[in-house]
Structure formats: C-alpha cells, structure tokens
Design a protein around this ligand. Structure first.
Ligand code: GLA
Length: 388
C-alpha cells in the first residue's frame, strides 16, 4: 500500500481534517540465539522490510480512536486517555494501550487523544513479531507527534514493558530491540544482559535468508513461554547455590558441565543446557558471520534447532518438518525455527540458485505430511522505525 492509499483510508475511517503523519516499523527474524534473551544471552536478529504502518493525528479532546486495515470487521475501536487498561474487547489496540501504559509509568502523559490507523504486512501470529512491530510503530508515532523525549533503546524497553506489564507475556527484549534499532542489511548482535550491541553486516554472498511459515498459529506459545521462563529461573536458583552467577548466560560451558547435577529437576536441567549452549553458539555464529564462514554458520543454526526441539521443547511437528525437509535440499546451509516456537516460522540460509527448488520441494513435502500448505518469503533486512 502506498502512503497516499493509507492516508485516504485514514480519512475514510476517521473523517476529513488535518493530514495524519505516517510511520513504519519492521518485523524481525532471529538468525540465532533463541530463548536466551530472558537469560542474559546474546541474540542475532534482523529487522525486516515487512512491517507495520501507523498513521497518527492528534485530537483536541482525550478520545482515542483506532482502525486497522487488517481487521476491518472490528470497525473503529474507541477509548479514552483516562481509561487505559487491558481488556479482551480492546483486541489489537491493547498493544498500543500498552505503550500508553508504559509511558505513563514513566510519568509521560499525553496532552490529548489521537486517531491511529494501522496496516501491516507481517502475517499475524507467524512469529515474526507483528506485535512488537505494532508497539514500536505506535511508540515512534507518539514520540514524534507529541515531542516525547524517548530514545530508540527506550522505545524498545517501553514495548517490552507493554508486553510484560500490560499484555501479560514475560517476553525478553529481543523483538522490540531489533525492530527499534534495526539497520539495513545488518543483524543486531545484542547482549541482552547489558543491552550493549553491535551491527554485523549480513553479507551472504550468493545466499539469501529464506523464511518458511508453518501457517500454524502459535496457540500454546504464551502459556508455554512463561512456563519455560520459570523453568530457567528454577535451574538458575539451583546453580546459584554453588556458582556466583547472575543469569544462565553467565554460566560457561565447563562450569555448566561440572555443576549441572545441582539442578534438581531434570526438565529444568535440559532447559538450562539449551540456554548455556545456545549462548555459546550465538557468539560463535556471530564470528562466523563476520568472517564469512557461512557453512559453519549454517551448522550452528542446525544445532540451535535441534537443541530447541530436544532440550527446550518449543518446536512442533510443523516446524520440524520444514526444517528437516529444507536440510535435505541442495544449497541449504542451515535451517532452524525462529522466535518463540510452537508454530510460526523457520529460517534457512539458502543459495540463490536453489531457492526456487527448495520452496518447491519443501512446500510439496510439507503439504503432504501436514495437510495444509506453508508459505515462503525471501527476507529483506530493513532499518529502524521511521517517518515516511
Ligand atoms: C519471543 C519473545 C522474545 C524471545 C523469543 C525467543 O519472540 O518475544 O523476547 O524470547 O520469543 O527467543
């Protein structure tokens, strides 16, 4: 959709008047470093060129009016600045209200209400962070339209706070951070324990990032996500009785092997093993990407998936099928699930010459085994949030 089309849709939804300002924020795909961002580990995500558009116009009263071109059947949803609270019936607007909640917690109260039109082209529930994208685009629009003194890092933290304190998902910082701080053709190598980060050029040569969508909604994701987090905390507590560490990322491989028997619950032990090894893999993978050793990078991606499947138990039949079918194809350097899991997407590094054949072979095998089609996107790596 063009900005003009979006602006026209805005007038149709909210009526004529002053022109809205138009903003965009991407989605994200994580290359490696999964389920470590709430354990202080490193992650290596990229912002996507797919994302969310937000058009905002300030009002003079305290009313809030929302319209999404993705959910036209919901019509215009309404609220007021003085009653910002989570309610099921607020639907997708809860993510925007969550940003207002997070701002208010910081003592930032808007001087007036607004109208907001949203349009996104990230498939919903696909594990490419459509919700973080919505939070960041809303935050970027509010920052610009109300002259708020908020940095990009703060924007990411506000988004995480919206998830944790308003939506009720104890997610880490990876999604909002990679979207708020994204850079074209680069991955964000982020230390989630300190929030220090570096950009790493995604120089793939003859290869592309292929995203494979199970087209299965991540139904279990939220409850299982919080459960995994609790299991990690349990393992950490046991280890802290014998090791001076503040998070699982701080436990080296050797220290883990020497002390893992202190973790009482075998399930928590497996979860911790995934985290400790995934943290090491991600640091290694980043070095491989920097040195252009994509074959090794691909192998680390494969190891990451196997660990998420066997130790962390966040994969599913659909993701495993995409990954194993992809790995059988010539030209595939590595494949793994990406994001929270339980559905959503997998990501693979594939030689350009083989992409068509891979989509064909994986698509056919997937439909035969799972009973419905999957979808593919060659990922474009985009920049941070911006005004259009
Ligand atoms: C979700 C969360 C992130 C991260 C991933 C798993 O996307 O929002 O914070 O934990 O799952 O790596």
């Amino acid at each position: 959709m063009t900005t003009t089309e979006l602006t026209n849709a805005f007038y149709t939804a909210f009526g004529p008047g002053r022109a809205p300002r138009c903003f965009f924020a991407g989605g994200r795909v994580n290359l490696i470093g999964e389920h470590v961002d709430y354990n202080g580990g490193h992650v290596l995500p990229c912002a996507l060129t797919m994302g969310t558009w937000g058009l905002l116009r300030r009002r003079t009263d305290d009313r809030l009016r929302f319209y999404s071109l993705n959910f036209p059947q919901l019509g215009v949803l309404e609220g007021t600045l003085s009653a910002v609270r989570f309610q099921e019936r607020n639907q997708w607007t809860n993510y925007v209200l969550g940003m207002l909640f997070a701002l208010e917690e910081r003592g930032i109260r808007l001087s007036s209400g607004f109208e907001l039109l949203i349009y996104g082209n990230i498939p919903n529930g696909s594990g490419l962070s459509s919700s973080a994208s919505l939070e960041v685009v809303a935050g970027a629009a509010l920052r610009a339209c109300y002259d708020l003194d908020v940095t990009d890092v703060e924007l990411a933290l506000l988004g995480q706070r919206a998830e944790n304190g308003f939506i009720g998902l104890n997610s880490g910082i990876m999604d909002q951070f990679s979207i708020a701080l994204g850079r074209e053709e680069s991955a964000v190598f982020l230390n989630t324990g300190t929030l220090s980060y570096e950009y790493v050029p995604v120089a793939l040569g003859d290869n592309v990032i292929l995203i494979m969508n199970t087209c299965k909604r991540r139904t279990l994701a939220d409850s299982k996500y919080n459960e995994r987090r609790a299991e990690c905390e349990e393992a950490l507590k046991d280890l802290q009785r014998v090791l001076p560490v503040k998070d699982l990322a701080g436990v080296g491989l050797r220290a883990f092997e020497e002390n893992k028997h202190h973790i009482q619950n075998p399930v928590a032990r497996d979860r911790a093993e995934h985290v400790v090894y995934e943290c090491a893999r991600t640091i290694q993978a980043c070095q491989k990407l920097r040195s252009g050793d994509l074959v090794s990078f691909g192998r680390l991606m494969n190891a990451s998936h196997d660990s998420l499947r066997d130790l962390y138990a966040v994969s599913c039949k659909e993701l495993d099928t995409l990954v194993s079918e992809a790995r059988r194809c010539p030209g595939v350097l590595g494949a793994r699930m990406t994001g929270a899991g339980f559905g959503g997407c997998a990501v693979a590094i594939v030689n350009k010459r083989n992409v068509e054949a891979v989509m064909d072979a994986v698509g056919r095998a997937y439909e035969e085994k799972i009973g419905h089609p999957c979808a593919f996107y060659v990922a474009g790596i985009g920049g941070g949030p911006r005004e259009l």
